[in-house]
Design a protein around this ligand. Structure first.
Ligand code: SF4
Ligand code: SF4
Length: 180
């Protein structure tokens, strides 16, 4: 019988995913009491002040994510330590299997890759910003369907692809909002 723990399986799934660290799901990670923003900044994280006074957050995509692994694992902020997406929650309670979760991760990562590809085709090169921001930037520039029919068609594809991705992330990955 396998002696694998939930943590072993979660690590295997997360290191094939990274969507909660790479700017696909989140734009920022809020600092919590006990986190060390200045130490995280020294480690290369992009720490910023939030609009509200004395609140710090870490911008995503996270520079610590390399090859789908967190390279500051021992020093990662509280929200990273506590975060379990819906797939991990389901796995922990027996509501899904590793195989099913892995298949969903692959499918959703492919959707996100397709969105990134379409964003580039629409003329916005990779700029290290979170995916939703990049999408909004592309969609906010006007396009004349008659003058630029190909671009207009690409935009429509992008809009549909992003809707599909958002639906998948909301339905399968994003947990209910954290209370403040
Ligand atoms: S979205 Fe879920 S499976 Fe993917 S890296 Fe984050 S916690 Fe792991
Ligand atoms: S610190 Fe680690 S766990 Fe947190 S967002 Fe960055 S890569 Fe992900």
């Amino acid at each position: 019988m396998s002696m694998e723990t939930f943590a072993d399986i979660a690590t295997r799934l997360c290191t094939a995913c990274g969507m909660c660290c790479d700017g696909t799901m989140f734009q920022i990670v809020k600092m919590q009491p006990g986190d060390h923003p200045s130490e995280l900044a020294r480690l290369g994280m992009r720490i910023r002040h939030s609009h509200k006074e004395s609140e710090y957050h870490m911008e995503q995509p996270c520079p610590a994510l390399k090859g789908l692994r967190c390279t500051i694992y021992e020093k990662r902020p509280a929200r990273c330590r506590l975060f379990h997406c819906q797939q991990l929650r389901l796995l922990e309670t027996g509501g899904t299997t590793e195989e099913d979760a892995a298949a969903l991760i692959n499918k959703t990562r492919a959707q996100a890759a397709h969105v990134r590809e379409l964003i580039e085709q629409c003329g916005l090169r990779e700029d290290g910003q979170p995916l939703p921001e990049r999408f909004e930037r592309v969609m906010s520039t006007p396009v004349d369907e008659k003058l630029e029919p190909e671009l207009a068609a690409l935009r429509e594809d992008l809009d549909n692809a992003m809707s599909g991705l958002r639906l998948a992330l909301n339905r399968e990955f994003r947990p209910p909002p954290l209370s403040e």
